[in-house]
Ligand binder design. Structure first.
Ligand code: KG4
Ligand code: ZN
Length: 339
């Protein structure tokens, strides 16, 4: 087994068809094609449109990834691919393609859990990064503060009891009349406003580590509806800024507390919400103040991408974990199974 294998990563769990090549932790190429613009017309991801778009794009995106990495496919040591969670039809396009590739080249197939991919994105940002560290995972489906004991062993310190952060951004975006996906649009609107609208407390439970987004979301919905019904003037930008700071400040606070509690000296983050500029600024400042080292993946490695899948592929490769050709796609994977 090589120490620094050449790995092709493929991601197709939602609306991005992505392929990337790494050598060890060095990123050689990082390609993406997105059907998000088409999906935006429907206010969300239409599974059938996503599957078709993947089928049309995957061959070309992989070819581009090999070409820009200046690598011949025969040089590859393994193919890593997202097998779940995600849209079944979408996943099957990437998975079937990867199987064909691995079989044809007689190299190992590595099925990657999409969430583990998000957690592994930080390894590409800092090639010296090693556990233990605290990770803030904030995607469309999951939001939790994790303690990474080893590259393949995570402990949940706390997290959302209901909606994920990304989901809350998407729902609030809809209420504010913003297009899908909501996160970046809420962020842009929030920049024009002030967090002056009172928001409910989010902390829940005895341990003080768990929180709830559903009350926050309802508060925004009620605020908007009440103002509209009464015909009172209100600011969409202030509502966005108030929601954003309430939704994200708690994540920063709990992440720092997690580091203090476990004694971890390093903090990382992953998932689409970690691309949020407000969160990135706050987390950077909080880590500086707490004397913690922050390894924050670049924005395009926070949202869905194939570099992170290749990165987790490397973790699995080094552990000698390979997948059978019978590997199936999984629509949903509970967080405890991912960790
Ligand atoms: O990790 P991701 O790309 O997909 C998975 O769920 O795995 O996360 C997507 C989520 C969406 O809910 C999207 O609105 C949110 O991440 N998101 C953001 C931003 N960019 C993406 N949320 C807040 N601010 C952003 N800039
Ligand atoms: Zn994702």
């Amino acid at each position: 087994m090589k120490q620094n294998p050449l790995i092709l990563g493929i991601e197709s769990s939602c609306d991005e068809t992505a392929a990337a090549v790494i050598r060890g932790r060095e990123l050689l190429s990082d390609e993406i094609a997105s059907s998000a613009a088409t999906q935006a017309k429907y206010g969300g991801v239409v599974p059938e449109i996503a599957s078709r778009a993947h089928a049309e794009a995957v061959d070309e995106v992989v070819a581009r990834a090999l070409q820009s990495a200046n690598v011949q496919k025969e040089e590859l040591d393994a193919v890593a691919v997202t097998y779940g969670a995600g849209l079944l039809g979408a996943l099957l396009v990437g998975l079937s393609f990867a199987k064909g590739f691995a079989y044809g080249l007689n190299i190992p197939l590595i099925g990657v859990d999409h969430i583990r991919g998000h957690l592994a994105a930080a390894y590409l940002e800092d090639i010296t990064l090693e556990p233990p560290f605290i990770t803030l995972l904030a995607s469309g489906g999951h939001t939790a503060i994790l303690y990474a004991e080893r590259a393949d062993k995570f402990r949940v310190l706390g997290g959302t009891l209901d909606d994920a952060a990304g989901e809350a951004f998407d729902k609030v975006a809809r209420v504010l009349g913003l297009p899908y996906p909501g996160g970046p649009h809420v962020e842009a609107l929030a920049r024009e406003g002030c967090p002056v609208v009172p928001m409910p407390k989010m902390l829940k439970g005895m341990g003080g580590y768990d929180f709830s987004y559903s009350g926050l979301k309802t508060a925004v919905i009620n605020y908007v509806h009440t103002r509209e019904q009464k015909g009172e003037p209100w600011s969409r930008a202030d509502a966005a800024a108030s929601f954003q700071s309430a939704a994200l400040d708690i994540l920063v606070q709990k992440t720092i507390e997690g580091a203090h509690e476990t004694g971890a000296k390093v903090v990382t983050a992953g998932g689409g919400v970690a691309a949020n500029g407000y969160l990135r600024e706050k987390l950077t400042k909080a880590c500086e103040e707490a004397g913690l080292k922050l390894v924050l993946p670049v924005k395009k490695h926070c949202t869905d991408n194939a570099a992170m899948i290749a990165s987790e592929g490397l973790v699995q490769y080094r552990l000698g974990h390979f997948s059978p050709m019978s590997l199936n796609a999984e629509a949903s994977i509970p967080l405890r199974h991912s960790l």
